[in-house]
Design a protein around this ligand. Sequence first.
Ligand code: HEM
Length: 481
Amino acid sequence: MTESILNPVAHTSTQTLRRIGELPHPRGLPLLGNALQVRAERIHRDVEAWAAIHGPLFTIRLGRTTALVVADHELINAILRDRPDGFRRPSVMARVSDEMGGERGIFLAEGADWKNQRRMVMQALAPHAVKAYFPLLARVGARLQARWLRAAQAGQPIELNSDLKRYTVDVIAGLAFGTEVNTIENGDDLIQQHIERVLNAASWRSMFPVPYWRYVKLPADHRLDRSMKELRAAVDGFIAGSRRRLRENPALAERPSNMLEAMLAAADQEGSGIDDNTVVGNVSTMLMAGEDTTSSALAWLVWLFGRHPEALRKAQEEVRRIAPDPAAFSIEQMDALDYVEACAHEAIRLKPPAPFMPLETIRDTVIGDVQVPADTVVWCVLRRESMDDEYVRKAGEFLPERWLRPDAPKQLGMPFGGGPRLCPGRYLSLLEIKVAIASLLGRFDILSVDAVKPDERGEVSEILGFVMGPGQLRMRLKERG
Ligand code: HEM
């Protein structure tokens, strides 16, 4: 039985509904379907290119799985709003995490579990809570600036992607654990290496056609098991430490100084439905959801500054007027960096860290004029109309000013998702971006930002892993005179 109709305005009762099998689709091979036509690291571009040919609703087939691809922002909006009852994240993600021995945090939780966790995570990431974490952000920004100052004075190039990753790792790990890991000054942190291994394994196992690890473990699978154990022990230790601090200083529950304290305080509230295992799952979720997303957005923004001197000049002017020195950064200064924020939105429009979102239907439904059975894989293509001149003036150009106008294209791209599962970290990530950009532009002139291995057009490649980031970038800076 059809239980829900998404976007009923898209069809009338006199129109007949189409079935999934009647939709246009790129021609594929028997058995394999379109599997050989897509490449994992650029699948977002493959799907965008097909959307340009087949329109906003079509299917692709990867082996035995047929996915409905939706590339229309009104339909996507309706889909994202119809959660948690109508759509879930792909079940393979939760299965892979369970098999690895992970605890399901908010990103993988569904139904009532998700509702309980969402309440807790929203408390930990609410703007007033994030403001309380600001001193840590400013400290990490100052360290990033000091690292870049050493490189500028020595005339050395900066490995941009990895430095920005250190910055977001230090911020998120500091907030999630209440412990400063300082990878900017001390090099890679052991916990970080375990997280990296777990993330890579999770992405890889979600795509691998045969789950061999259920039957036989290769050395890489044993390493993964060890990383899971080490991580669990570390997070248990951080939780025990935070619980001790909360006991010794109950006022912290009202004004938590980091996400872990905020989550524990929310978990301890009457009827929260949250136990310590769920807190463990969410500490890890924060680390995974909060690092590559923000560091990729930042890397793209700096790369775009390298190509748009006029926007760079305006951003520099704003930073030097409002927030020139990390030692004196304040939340009010960051809130006043309107042009830098517009640059961040524009960079995320052109280069969204999450350019498409895979989901699954929970019940029979109708999307547009298509009847969609329960358990169908649905891919939402988020970057299509936001890059189309029909919807956005000069869509391919980097024009931050468009975000300062009342008709800013806010509804189109949905880079932070939408509906009840809208990214709860968007305020924190924008703040992190502003702190990093102010630390950069306040002290330095950018001499160059170049792709180490440019693509055939001389541009930096878009590489889709856990998120969509740029290929390796190298930056040269000069200390401001
Ligand atoms: C530029 C940076 C970021 C981008 C582009 C981004 C994007 C997204 C997107 C597209 C989703 C899926 C939303 C949906 O299903 O509708 C999401 C979910 C999520 N994000 Fe972010 N994110 C960013 C930064 C962060 C940060 C810094 C954190 C936290 C520290 C965070 C935490 C989360 C969590 C916990 C979820 C799951 C929410 C849920 O399922 O209810 N994100 N993010």
